[in-house]
Design a binder for this molecule. Structure first.
Ligand SMILES: [Zn+2]
Length: 153
């Protein structure tokens, strides 16, 4: 098997939509980003790519490329998954942490878990999510960290 780790962070600003794990989250602030700023999908994408030593999200999808502006981050994840498959592996498990002071993500847990399970082609029981606050240390940021376990196809 192989293990991959990834992390991501974005500054939160007014008048931006918040999407997390492919799920729209109701919030007064959203991530400042070239793409849709889905920090959780970005961390998972890097976890997938690093698991097979295939570079990182910034190499594959430069934030200077106009076609990546406002882009749905599920596209990045799907591309990383196809690279994982090309290396002969599939995802068996995800464990991820999101650090966000507000809004509270608890009410979104089921939907985010289901979204990630569908995107990764695994059962919701293989999608572990921890939602934390920064305890006021980084109230203007969203941070995500993810570990994936890959097994041979
Ligand atoms: Zn990001």
């Amino acid at each position: 098997m192989r293990i991959g780790y990834g992390e991501d962070a974005h500054r939160l600003v007014p008048n931006r939509r918040m999407v997390l794990g492919g799920v729209a989250v109701s919030s007064e602030v959203g991530p400042l980003a070239h793409s849709d700023g889905d920090a959780l999908l970005h961390a998972i994408t890097d976890a997938l790519l690093t698991a097979v030593a295939a570079g990182d999200i910034g190499q594959l999808f430069p934030d200077t490329a106009p076609e990546n502006a406002g882009r749905d981050s599920r596209v990045f994840l799907q591309r990383a998954l196809s690279i994982v498959r090309a290396h002969g592996y599939r995802v068996a498990q995800l464990s991820a942490v999101v650090v966000l002071d507000r809004p509270k993500l608890g009410p979104y847990r089921g939907r985010i878990q289901a979204s990630l399970a569908e995107l990764l082609g695994i059962g919701p029981g293989e999608v572990g999510l921890a939602f934390k606050t920064s305890e006021g240390l980084a109230p203007e940021h969203i941070q995500a960290r993810a570990v994936v376990r890959l097994v041979p196809q």
